[in-house]
Design a protein around this ligand. Structure first.
Ligand code: SF4
Ligand code: SF4
Ligand code: SF4
Length: 168
C-alpha cells in the first residue's frame, strides 16, 4: 500500500501551479497532441451526463471537478472523432490524484469526514492521533482521480496533482 506523504509533495506537480495546464477528459492523448487534434466540436461536453466538461480559453475541453465527478462512463471517448480522446492508446484514464491542503477542517481542530464518505474507492482514510482531530490520508494505489471528493469539501481543501514515477 502506498500512502500519501506530505514530505514528498515536491515530487508532485500541482496542476493549480502550472499555468495553462488543466485536466483533459479521461483517456486524452498527451497535452501536446491534444491541442492539435481536438477540433473543439463540443461533442464531449454535450454527452457528459455529469456536466463536468467545460471549455478552456482555447475552447477545448477540460474537466471541472467543482461541478462533480467522473464516472468513467466512456461517453466522451465514444463521441470523439478527432483522436484527442483515445482509450485504445491509454489504458488508464489519467494520472492525477488528490491531496489535502492545510485548509482541511482537521487542521483547525474541526471534525469532518465528508471526503472519505463520498470516495467510492475507499482511498481516503483517517489516521487517529491522540489529542488531535484525525486528518484525511490518501492511498495512492486506490485513488482513481474521479474527483468525487473535490466538490464535497466545505473548505475547498482538496487539490488535484499529477503523480511522478517516484511515489513512495
Ligand atoms: S467518462 Fe463520462 S463522466 Fe467522465 S468526463 Fe467522460 S462523459 Fe463525463
Ligand atoms: S472534506 Fe475537506 S475539510 Fe473535510 S476532511 Fe476532507 S479535506 Fe478535510
Ligand atoms: S479522487 Fe475519487 S478515488 Fe480519489 S480520493 Fe477522491 S473520491 Fe476517492
Amino acid at each position: 500500500m502506498i500512502h500519501y506523504n506530505p514530505q514528498k509533495r515536491q515530487l508532485f506537480r500541482s496542476l493549480a501551479n502550472i499555468e495553462g495546464t488543466s485536466v483533459r477528459p479521461p483517456w486524452a492523448v498527451s497535452e501536446y497532441e491534444f491541442v492539435s487534434k481536438c477540433s473543439s466540436c463540443n461533442k464531449c461536453l454535450d454527452v457528459c451526463n455529469e456536466s463536468i466538461i467545460v471549455l478552456d480559453s482555447r475552447l477545448q475541453p477540460v474537466i471541472d471537478f467543482e461541478k462533480g465527478e467522473c464516472t468513467f462512463c466512456g461517453d466522451c471517448a465514444d463521441v470523439c472523432e478527432s483522436g484527442a480522446i483515445d482509450p485504445l492508446l491509454n489504458s488508464l484514464p489519467w494520472s492525477h490524484k488528490v491531496s489535502f491542503s492545510d485548509k482541511c477542517l482537521s487542521d483547525n481542530n474541526s471534525y469532518c469526514r465528508s471526503c472519505g464518505e463520498v470516495c467510492g474507492q475507499e482511498a481516503i482514510f483517517f489516521k487517529l492521533e491522540s489529542g488531535a482531530i484525525a486528518r484525511p490520508q490518501l492511498d495512492l494505489n486506490l485513488c482513481n482521480g474521479c474527483g468525487a471528493c473535490v466538490s464535497i469539501c466545505p473548505t475547498k481543501a482538496i487539490e488535484i496533482f499529477v503523480t511522478s514515477e517516484e511515489v513512495a
